[in-house]
Design a protein around this ligand. Structure first.
Ligand SMILES: [Fe+2]
Ligand SMILES: [Fe+2]
Length: 388
């Protein structure tokens, strides 16, 4: 990664090339054609009742390969979540690839951070497109959130400024409690709660205007703060996805739907694992008055370790990125390294919509949008495995 180069990787195929900022915007960012290629369904939005009749028909008519009501509800909710993820990651991607200051600041966390944003974006679009096409292949209507695409875009260089969005990245209140949760032997599914590692309240994850680069001696902290917020937001969102997919696994009926939930869910875990590592590299920041605006994270002491066979890192240090063994299934069983939470109450569909809302992603969205998502969520949470 060269410092002054913008990575121009299309999220559609993950291919990468580099170009400088003098290239015309259309040459740098193939967003329009990309969006066209993965267009997420053209069906008019239907109330959940419309979906219900479609599902009952597919079962009653005995179509081979038809889905149970529960499997269809799980997949519909996952389609909606993947469309939302695609929307928020697309906003990150446009600026990670097309805004030099933001890219440089992201890459302070990892030299490949902007590229990873591009790859995560590609993955989410693939999830949304696959699940919706699978629903259609099984005689179900795809999920379409296009009527709710009402929120404005960032006006910074790189952003598709006139595009309408589903999610809002300008007023994030990032839940950073995953940091302690995944470093604890306690499990939220057994009632444990965890504090925030840092307070990120009503802060932007993307710049709304052009800002000086992070090495600017006067105001470089501004874009770096936004990139630090983004770094924690990436991990926070993807751990939510990891929990959500796990919550559905015991509820899916058909082996194929179990395969889909398990295999896509696995990539959400990959995403979280990468981002939780990178978040730990977010640098401490002070503003022009010397006020701490982003704290020093608890980094492990420098190597070498003491010569007694121990590791000198403490339990909450930034390098403790693997899931600490915790309570699982029953307290009288041994602690186990697992995804947590996975319960419907803590990590299921309704909990995920509440989590996104608290995150600030839906600021400016309509009540009809929230009602629609919550209806899909309630149906998905109510799914249960059916026996033959
Ligand atoms: Fe996804
Ligand atoms: Fe994801």
């Amino acid at each position: 990664m060269q410092n002054n180069t913008i990575h121009n990787g299309s999220a559609s195929d993950g291919s990468e090339e580099t170009s400088d900022l003098t290239a015309p915007p259309a040459a740098r960012l193939g967003r329009r054609s990309f969006m066209k290629r993965i267009s997420l369904g053209g069906a008019a939005l239907l109330p959940v009742g419309g979906f219900l009749s479609a599902r009952n028909f597919s079962r009653a008519s005995g179509l081979s390969g038809g889905l149970t009501d529960g499997d269809a509800a799980i997949l519909r909710f996952l389609a909606a979540i993947e469309i939302l993820e695609s929307d928020l990651w697309q906003q990150y991607n446009e600026l990670a690839l097309g805004n030099e200051s933001f890219q440089l600041a992201l890459n302070v966390l990892d030299g490949d951070q902007a590229t990873y944003v591009n790859l995560n974006t590609r993955d989410e679009f693939s999830h949304a497109a696959f699940i919706n096409k699978y629903l259609q292949a099984k005689g179900q209507r795809p999920v379409n959130l296009e009527p709710f695409r009402n929120l404005p875009s960032s006006q910074a260089t790189g952003s598709n400024k006139s595009a309408r969005r589903l999610t809002n990245l300008m007023h994030l209140t990032v839940d950073t409690s995953f940091y302690f949760r995944y470093r604890s032997a306690l499990n939220p599914d057994f009632g444990a709660t965890f504090p925030q590692i840092l307070d990120l309240v009503n802060v932007p994850g993307i710049p709304n205007s052009d800002l000086p680069p992070p090495d600017d001696p006067a105001n470089g902290f501004m874009i770096q703060f936004i990139a630090n917020v983004a770094g924690f937001h990436f991990a926070s969102i993807e751990q939510g996805g990891a929990s959500l997919y796990q919550s559905f696994l015991p509820k899916a009926t058909s082996p194929e739907v179990i395969k889909i939930v398990g295999a896509i869910g696995g990539t959400e875990i990959q995403h979280y694992q990468t981002w939780t590592d990178k978040a730990g590299n977010a640098p401490a920041l002070t503003d022009n008055n010397g006020n701490v605006i982003f704290p020093q994270l608890p980094a492990a002491p420098d190597l070498p370790n003491p010569p007694d066979g121990t590791d000198n890192a403490a339990a909450n240090d930034t390098n403790q990125i693997f899931a600490t063994p915790c309570e699982f299934i029953a307290r009288n069983l041994p602690l186990c390294s697992v995804i947590r939470p996975i319960s419907t109450q803590q990590g299921g569909a309704v909990a995920t919509i509440a989590f996104f809302k608290k995150d600030g992603l839906f600021i400016g969205q309509s009540q009809a949008f929230l009602d629609f998502l919550n209806e899909l969520a309630a149906e998905a949470d109510a799914a249960s495995r059916e026996s033959d």
